[in-house]
Design a protein around this ligand. Structure first.
Ligand SMILES: C[S@@+](CC[C@H](N)C(=O)[O-])C[C@H]1O[C@@H](n2cnc3c(N)ncnc32)[C@H](O)[C@@H]1O
Length: 227
């Protein structure tokens, strides 16, 4: 009996692999027709796990989730495809405001990662209009793979806004890739470098580095200094 069940499981797993390949094929066609370099469809990572892609893309979701308390109010800045808000953060949060200025990412997130707990907004995190129309405070503010996209002046603006909107014990956390990409304004190579960058603005709870075969990530969790 057990051998039969394992066989059924293998068949299901193979079907997932076939579906994964088909999904990636569609994704590749989509990129050829309309190269979108700003955000990524993380369902591709999900469907390719059994194909040997690895789980490192999900580290950010796990890391940020450690700091989310049950039924809290969460904001995800620069949410891209909305995958992490849907699959990770909404599992614990009561409500999430997820924002991205890219119209395609907004369309994608509302189509592919909709949830009645998530309010997707199509705004720039560098606009006063956006910040002035939010609830007064959030328990968690998350920003994955985007902090390094802002110039010094923009970061200054953003960090002030984040600090104002973070509740007393609230946590601002996130992830960034080590090194440069074509869209980044600045790069961080080590956890020490990132720590000294944040220390001027926030109380650092932790900064971690995770090294993988072809990419390394830096993870941060910060709080406001006691007022
Ligand atoms: C590399 S993607 C990361 C997406 C997602 N956080 C993730 O981890 O997959 C960076 C995202 O930042 C968004 N972004 C860049 N500048 C922005 C701004 N000023 N306001 C809102 N979103 C912005 C881009 O549209 C893009 O979706």
């Amino acid at each position: 009996m057990i051998k039969f069940l394992i066989l059924i499981k293998k068949i299901i797993k193979w079907s997932f692999l076939v579906c994964g390949r088909a999904y990636v094929g569609i994704n590749n066609i989509e990129w050829k027709l309309n190269p979108r370099t700003e955000f990524f469809d993380h369902n591709v990572d999900l469907l390719q796990v059994w194909n040997g892609r690895g789980l490192e893309a999900f580290e950010r979701g796990v890391f940020n989730s450690f700091f989310i308390k049950k039924d809290s109010l969460v904001m995800e800045l620069c949410c891209g495809d909305g995958f992490f808000s849907k699959q990770f953060y909404s599992q614990k949060a009561k409500k999430i405001v997820a924002v991205d200025y890219n119209i395609e990412s907004h369309f994608f997130s509302t189509q592919m990662n909709a949830s009645n707990k998530i309010q997707f907004m199509n705004e720039s995190v560098l606009s006063d209009v956006f910040w002035n129309n939010l609830p007064s405070s959030f328990d968690n503010i998350i920003c994955d793979a985007a902090i390094d996209r802002f110039t010094e002046e923009q970061s200054e603006y953003l960090f002030n806004k984040i600090s104002q909107k973070l509740s007393k014990d609230g946590v601002f956390s996130g992830y960034l890739t080590v090194g440069n990409s074509h869209l980044t304004e600045r790069s961080f190579s080590t956890s020490t470098e990132l720590r000294s960058y944040f220390e001027k603005k926030f109380k650092v709870i932790t900064i971690l580095q995770s090294n993988h075969r072809d990419r390394s990530g830096l993870f941060f969790a910060l709080q406001n200094f006691d007022k």
